[in-house]
Design a protein around this ligand. Structure first.
Ligand SMILES: C[S@@+](CC[C@H](N)C(=O)[O-])C[C@H]1O[C@@H](n2cnc3c(N)ncnc32)[C@H](O)[C@@H]1O
Length: 352
């Protein structure tokens, strides 16, 4: 076998894997730097020595030096050898230090950490029935999910997604009754509630700790037009002008049953707004771009979550428009279509 092997090809292949190893180490080191608050101190400082940064952050100086060298080696920070300082560029600060920037990513690294922390239970699921309930993951998943989606909800939801609905923003702004199903820590619900004070919002999720996070945030923001309930996606009752599903329908065991339940809880002219991860129409197309991240999250979180529930359809995060339109057709909706998209999400609207 070895006489046939092209060693250049082997080196190229190994180089690809080594690049992923550097990436994996950089993700967890950056997650640590974020947790320690290092990026906040570096942002706008023009560069700091390891000693000054350790003092400012209250961290161990020797360990901080080592971590900064990792960050400089991987391009997260730059290093000035003459001054012996480490710097975070202004562009880097938008990604790693500014929580409300449209390019914020540091907070979402916790979701990748949850893959590593949860490896053993996911391995057991692969050898068993495939199911891992959402709530069985380490809490860093819930906070990581909240932060991963923050740029999308803070910069696209009210600005683009709601205006793209049939009837536009007016329909939602003027006294609408809105449900956000599978709302997790509730950032999408809170963002809409803050933008549309004349309308009322309820966030629903079967995961109690996430609902507690949402209630705390609502109280901190002093919002009185939003409530949060611990319920499954088939239990809530009402007559809603809009029922939303943000990045959660594919995580659910019975998306058809859940879409049917939503249909029965819509007001006369009500509609469903469905936000799902961006995906192309074919598996092969999805293997490029963000596929490595989406299929990774889907293998560890989304698909095991779905397989842990009744029906266990296991759509996966890359089901895309073909998968989602099939669900709404099976659920008996008369109309389903794409109304908006970003590089990471597709938004659909469905009418009964
Ligand atoms: C990927 S998270 C998305 C959370 C939130 N919508 C967001 O965008 O940040 C998926 C959420 O769906 C919830 N979920 C999954 N299956 C559910 C079900 N059958 N009923 C209610 N919530 C469910 C999980 O608890 C989790 O909070």
């Amino acid at each position: 076998m070895s006489s046939e092997i092209d060693m250049e090809e082997v080196q190229e292949y190994a180089g690809n894997i080594l690049g992923h190893m550097v990436g994996a180490a950089t993700v967890i080191c950056s997650d640590l730097a974020h947790k320690l608050g290092l990026y906040g101190h570096l942002a706008g400082s023009g560069g700091m020595t390891a000693g000054d940064l350790a003092e400012a952050a209250g961290t161990n100086a020797r360990l901080t030096r080592e971590l900064l060298d990792q960050q400089a080696s991987s391009g997260v920070l730059s290093y000035d050898a003459d001054e012996d300082t480490y710097a975070l560029s202004d562009a880097g600060a938008m990604v790693m230090a500014e929580q409300h920037s449209p390019a914020w990513l540091a907070g979402g690294l916790g979701a990748v950490r949850a893959m590593y922390v949860g490896l053993d239970q996911v391995e057991a699921a692969f050898r068993g029935d495939g199911g891992v309930p959402w709530g069985d993951h380490h809490p860093c998943l819930f906070d990581g999910t909240l932060e991963f989606f923050r740029p999308c909800y803070e910069h696209h939801l009210v600005q683009e997604f709601i205006p793209a609905l049939s009837g536009g923003e007016t329909r939602i702004a003027e006294g609408a009754v809105v449900a956000d199903i599978g709302c997790g820590a509730g950032l999408s619900t809170l963002t809409m509630a803050a933008a549309y004070p004349n309308s009322s919002f309820v966030g629903i999720d079967f995961h109690g700790p996430s609902i507690e996070m949402a209630r705390t945030a609502a109280a901190e923001q002093g919002l009185n037009n939003v409530t949060f309930e611990v319920e499954s996606a088939t239990e809530y009752q009402g007559a809603y002008d809009l029922i939303c599903f943000f990045d959660c329908m594919h995580d659910m065991g019975d998306p058809v049953g859940i879409a049917q339940h939503a249909k029965s809880q819509l007001s006369d002219k009500g509609s469903v707004m469905l936000i799902e991860p961006f995906a192309f129409d074919t598996r092969a197309e999805n293997h490029a771009g963000l596929g490595g991240a989406f299929y990774g999250f889907s293998s560890f979180f989304c698909t095991p979550c779905s397989l842990s529930q009744d029906v266990g359809r296991g759509m996966g995060a890359q089901a895309g428009e073909p998968g989602m339109s099939a669900v709404f057709e099976e659920a008996g909706y008369g109309q389903f279509g794409r109304i908006s998209e970003t590089p990471s999400n597709i938004v659909y609207e469905a009418f009964a």
